[in-house]
Design a binder for this molecule. Sequence first.
Ligand code: UD1
Ligand code: CA
Length: 456
Amino acid sequence: MSKPLNVVILAAGKGTRMKSDLPKVLHPLAGRPLLSHVLAAADSLRPQRICVVYGHGGELLPQAIARGDLAWARQEPQLGTGHAVQQAMPHLDETGICLILYGDVPLTRPETLQEMTLIAREGAVALLTVRLDNPAGYGRIVRNGRGQVERIVEHKDASPEELAIDEVNTGILCLPAGKLAGWLARLGNDNAQGEYYLTDVIAMAVAEGEKIIPCHPAAEWEVLGVNSRQQLARLERLHQQNLAESLMVQGVTLIDPARLDVRGQLECGRDVLIDVGCIFEGNVKLGDNVKVGAHCVIKDAELSAGAEVLPFCHIDGARIGADARVGPYARLRPGTELDAETHIGNFVELKNSQVGFNSKVNHLSYVGDATVGRKVNIGAGTITCNYDGANKHRTVIEDEAFIGSDTQLVAPVTVGRGATLGAGTTLTQDAPPGVLTLSRARQVTVPGWQRPVKKK
Ligand code: UD1
Ligand code: CA
């Protein structure tokens, strides 16, 4: 049995530069909190225990994340990163190893962390470092004449020679938990910031003859943190670029990979095409040969093979059948189910409605709480009056019915199979199958009528 993994996520800091009432780690990246990204990376390592150190924002953090399997350690006041990890120690299994992550560093790849856990399991200290063109602000990695890591010096405590070092501490490290506990207990705060620095454990480890093994991320974005809204926006773009890359590798055509936003899970079949400016939220599945036009927002939806969504559609909680065509400017709300080869046109809103094979709602209609059969044609301006001010009622339109334009269907009401409704009908009783039903005042022509003229 290998040593159990404990993950500690530091998230007590204030995030002053965000200028926000929301704790920094709850700010969303790709639609979910920064902290959720860090938790996902931690989860992928199958740790025995995850402990989040929190402080600023009070109980907002544990409330927002609401996960019963996490340990929460409150750090109050915040006396530094070493002090923060100390608060987590009572929750950890000291026979195992401990990986320390930051709640505001969301994009670290699991592979990088995995490599670090292997080193710690061998008894050494794995330290994630990176060389930066501009190392200002970061702790510097001080190596000895043989190139071995000796200690970390914080920017504010560094000498001019040390400030010239471009290898910096990312803050992420992995080490045997028992040894960490011992070192933390001996930390002092005699430094420029009067804080208990986690980074001081490196010199302690070296003094005890422990091996420090530096690890490096595959790309710089893995270790970038969020301190400001600008950095948040920059990481969002980097993350979206990575998602777009992987979609293209899978065979998806993106007209412009820089103009795509995925805020959830997007699963694509073969030869999917996505035009510019689309946002995908929640769980979206696009079947083979699906085409999504420009500027669509698609959330929690499944589109079957060959379906096409024309530009400017808003789709939420809908299923779209094979070879169906939706839009431009259509809105599909939760509970919409379109069968194969249906056509939904411009300025049409559907909600909680099933539309059968090859039926068409092409223009300016509201169809809510309706069951529409096969090969039905719903004319322009049709409205299901589904709400009486208190309750919702269903409209049933059977196969091959033809609904004339500008019709109101006052639910509950049924249009029989093959029935035709004349244009302008206000249907308040069921329409029998196979015949024409219409409600319309008779047209009259008034002979001799004259337009009024303006008085002189
Ligand atoms: C820390 C490192 C520095 C490294 C840098 C990388 C130390 C002493 N320094 O510096 O070597 O280059 O990160 O970004 O560790 N936090 C708490 N409680 C505290 C203080 C911090 O939970 O009392 C959390 C913060 O919320 C944040 C993380 O720890 O997620 C880092 O804190 P921050 O103040 O940004 O550390 P730096 O001083 O930038
Ligand atoms: Ca920082």
